[in-house]
Design a protein around this ligand. Structure first.
Ligand code: BES
Ligand code: ZN
Length: 865
């Protein structure tokens, strides 16, 4: 890894207490003016004041001392590389209070950070802009000069000067409105003083919006703001939000402290959603539900996103990490809680089961790389901060909290959470503060156990062997770090809460141990020799299990017979798949086991199977027997495909709806003739408006049809894209275009991705869709090499470019490609992507080794069975 870049933390001698900020965005010229008064506390006499600002010009800077004396800085140094302003005075500023005032100007940029512009078409058909903010992690400084670190909490008094026909919003409710004296077409709108909060949570929006509103049972006014004319689409999120606020109040035993909660859909937005206190901003697709055009999976996603951002109102906003090293406290915890919330509101989603495929497995897959990182990771420069919004902070964070929740039990967990939130409200914390509170509540060694999970990279593989001792079964458990390349040689050890289930009662743990050394023995009383024994029931422990051959042989029939509960079926399966990837066992073993799933009916198990099939598909797409693999996959999915059919049954379950679109999508992509024909037929009827495709079937149908497409079908898809009004529908179409295998069409998709028809926020996902097929993979990489500068400039680094780099590189499988990718990025360092590039290189080399190791055996198995 390259050396960390130089960067500066703010000195501790001067702290902000209160900000009075006036912002006047000009939505036509796309610039803004601002002025500011900041109450400071000077803790040590000084001649210098340092704070953050970036891409702003500053004017009229002065400091008023408590004596009434006004000081002007002798010099003002603005350093872009450190994003810092240094004011130097000839006089010494004494200990005490002072008021810094200044004016500033900036641009409403196109980079979706700081205060930026977002484009929409007005009802009259005119192109217009709204002004929107996105500050996390370090971009408040692009909107107003400030002490832009999470621990420097202050109160904020925001005033917006806006045209009278625009909606002005900020964190707090509006308290006054009057015409501007300077320009009577403008209104001066003041908002109430905020509670003590971090800069990254401040937000403003100025634009044209409609809203729906309701009041939660605990008296909070909730509004969902939508584009004009679409307020119906806000109803679902409104219902979720109004129900969730009282649920969290009860769960955390602390009321939501602001008088209002606004949720708003923004047309151009870099991430999915942002938890600004009292004014949560969302991508349109993460908030809006159109009953006729929103799929069940998107609806579920929206519930999770709303649950996640509202969880942050407590965990993150009320209590905030001291520094970005502890980002996982925010993101891991909110990711855990979003599942609590959705489970409470929509028990039929069986969302905790989905947690395992969606979050837990994803974390393990990244965390088995040598280039993973610990949950608590030292970060400094803003680009390093951006890069840790990754699957370790989110998914591993949530997974270890889920493990801890199960280790402590719900009651002690809740008590501990309440101690933590109450003790630190309006303050900042380190990870240890959470452990302290949870230990107090549970009397368990939480810090000792958990620091092995948050301070070390990776996770253990628990190897199990067993022998019989009379009526008892004796297990020997041994831990070592699990690495994707199968190597050992790392001495890390974890404190692992391990639970064990047996055939007698498959869904219950009969024994629990805390493995706190290299190895231990466990005696299971009264367990006969011929019964299976399984570790990790419910797949809660953050580790992989490697069974002895005998134990594994006993478990496999319990998968096919479904004696094992779904999470355990998929746990055994996915652990075995990881052993395959690491070369501990041959890929043929997983192909054999896959056949045990032909009669499977559980959505989550199928999605784990799908995940494995997708990985194998990427690998095998590099070989000459990809066709045999496709046939294998068609066979695997054919029974369930026939069972589900194309038509939704009346009153069918949510999970069956999700399963149908997964299964038909797979059959279509792997070329099942009847599915392909039916998809074509249904798309034609949809296009001709004779039979509208239900939203749940659109993605599988679009991808299937595009994968076979000629120019004419492709143009038909583009027409659908252009006619679509709902953002979700545009996404669905644009992300299916990459399924084409036609070299000319691939080029057209790539051009389209960069065109003005696709918003910057969506471009990367269209390119990624291209990179998912074998011919698209090299085309997308060639395209990226050619256009990388343009892409990097578009986003100024950040989250989206990092995603793009990951997905377009990690599926190569030769040493030559690894070397090519390595050289490319060595010559062109892109800030904030360093670790991602290292992870991709590692994955490419793992793919290459995997293919060389197993391809002959796979081929033989697929051809001969
Ligand atoms: N705090 C994040 C938003 C964020 C992400 C800011 C990355 C800066 C960089 C927000 O709470 C979040 O986690 N959003 C997720 C959606 C969530 C449901 C997982 C996102 O945007 O992907
Ligand atoms: Zn979050």
């Amino acid at each position: 890894m390259p050396e960390p870049k130089p960067f500066e933390r703010l000195p501790e001698n001067v702290k902000p207490k209160n900000y009075i900020i006036t912002l006047q965005p000009n939505l036509v010229k796309c610039v803004f003016h601002g002025s500011e008064e900041i109450d400071l506390e000077i803790k040590e006499a000084t001649k210098q004041i340092k704070f953050n600002a970036l891409d702003l010009t500053l004017r009229d800077i002065k400091v008023a001392l408590s004596s009434g004396e006004i000081l002007l800085p002798a010099t003002t140094d603005i350093t872009a590389s450190t994003e810092m302003v240094t004011l130097t005075f000839n006089e010494t500023l004494p200990i005490g209070t002072a008021k810094l005032s200044l004016a500033f100007d900036g641009e409403l940029n196109d980079k979706m950070k700081g205060m930026y512009r977002s484009k929409y078409t007005s009802e009259s058909g005119e192109e217009r802009y709204s002004a929107v903010t996105q500050f996390e992690a370090t971009d408040a400084r692009r909107c107003f000069p400030c002490w832009d670190e999470p621990a420097l909490k202050a109160t904020f008094n925001i005033t917006l000067v806006v045209p009278s026909d625009r909606v002005p919003l900020s964190n707090m409710p509006e308290i006054s409105r009057a015409p501007s004296e300077a320009d009577p077409t403008l209104q001066v709108v003041k908002f109430a003083t905020s509670p003590l909060m971090s800069t990254y949570l401040v937000a403003v929006v100025v634009g044209e919006y409609d809203y729906v509103e309701d009041t939660s049972s605990d008296g909070i006014k909730v509004r969902v703001y939508t584009p004009v004319g679409k307020k119906e689409q806000g109803k679902f999120a409104l219902e979720v939000a109004t129900k969730v606020l009282p649920y969290y109040k009860e769960y955390f035993k602390i009321a939501y402290p602001l008088p209002k909660m606004d949720l708003i859909a923004i047309a151009d937005f870099s991430v999915g959603a942002m938890e600004n206190w009292g004014l949560v901003t969302y991508r349109e697709t993460c908030l809006l539900v159109d009953p006729h055009n929103t799929s069940a999976s998107q609806r579920q996603w929206i519930a999770l996103v709303v649950g996640h951002e509202l969880a942050h109102q407590w965990f993150g906003n009320l209590v905030t990490m001291e520094w970005w090293t502890h980002l996982w406290l925010n993101e891991g915890y909110a990711t855990f809680v979003e599942f609590l919330c959705v489970d409470h509101l929509f028990p039929e989603y069986d969302i905790w089961t989905q947690f395992v495929t969606n979050t837990y497995i994803r974390a393990l897959e990244l965390d088995c790389l040598k280039n993973s990182h610990p949950i608590e990771v030292p970060v400094g420069h803003p680009s390093e901060v951006d890069e840790i919004f990754d699957d370790i902070s989110y998914s591993k964070g949530a997974s270890v909290i889920r493990m801890l929740h199960s280790y402590l039990g719900d009651k002690d967990f809740r008590t501990g959470m309440n101690i933590y939130l109450t003790r630190h409200q309006y303050g900042n914390t380190h990870t240890e503060d959470l452990w302290t509170a949870l230990s107090e509540a549970s009397s368990k060694p939480v810090a000792e156990v958990m620091s092995t999970w948050t301070k070390q990279t990776g996770f253990p593989m628990i190897s199990v062997t067993s022998h019989q001792d009379g009526n008892n079964r004796v297990l020997t458990l041994t831990q070592q770090r699990f690495l994707a390349d199968g190597s050992i040689g790392d001495t890390s050890q974890w404190m692992v809460p391990i639970s064990i289930s047996t055939e007698k009662n498959p869904s219950q743990s009969i024994q629990e141990v805390l493995l706190d050394g290299k190895s231990t023995q466990v005696v299971l009383e009264g367990i006969p020799e011929d019964s299976w024994v399984k570790l990790n029931p419910g797949t809660v422990g953050y580790y992989r299990t490697q069974y002895s051959v005998e134990m594994m042989t006993q478990l496999i029939p319990a998968i096919a017979s479904k004696c094992l509960p779904p999470l355990d079926r998929l746990g055994v399966f996915d652990d075995l798949f990881s052993m395959v990837q690491a070369g501990h066992t041959n890929t043929v073993e997983i192909l054999k086991l896959l056949r045990a799933f032909e009669d499977e009916i559980d959505y989550t198990v199928w999605s784990a199977v799908h995940n494995c099939v997708a990985r194998l598909n990427q690998l095998i797409s590099h070989t000459d027997f990809h066709g045999s693999f496709a046939a294998f996959v068609r066979k695997l999915f054919s029974k369930i495909g026939q069972k589900l059919g194309w038509e939704a049954k009346p009153e069918e379950k949510h999970l069956d709806t999700l399963l149908r679109s997964l299964v038909l999508g797979q059959l279509g992509l792997y070329g099942d003739e009847s599915v392909v024909n039916e998809a074509k037929k249904r798309l034609s009827a949809h296009v001709a408006s004779t039979a509208t495709l239900p939203a749940d079937l659109r993605s599988p149908v679009y991808k299937t049809v595009v994968s076979q497409a000629d120019e004419k079908t492709y143009d038909q898809m583009l027409k659908l894209y252009r006619e679509a009004d709902l953002h979700e529908e545009k996404d669905r179409i644009s992300r299916s275009l990459g399924a084409t295998r036609d070299p000319n069409l691939i080029q057209r998709v790539l051009q389209f991705a960069m065109s003005s028809e696709v918003r910057n926020q969506d471009t990367v996902f269209v390119i990624i869709s291209v990179a998912m097929t074998a011919p698209g993979r090299s085309a997308a990489w060639a395209f990226f090499k050619k256009h990388h500068q343009e892409l990097v400039d578009r986003y100024e680094g950040g989250y989206l470019v990092t995603r793009l780099i990951k997905y377009i590189t990690e599926n190569f499988a030769t040493e030559e490609m690894a070397a090519e990718v390595e050289t490319f990025f060595r010559d062109r360092q892109i800030p904030g992507t360093e670790r991602t590039v290292q992870q991709s290189l590692e994955t490419i080399r793992l793919n290459s080794a995997w293919l060389q190791r197993d391809q002959d055996a796979i081929k033989k198995y697929l051809l001969e069975g």
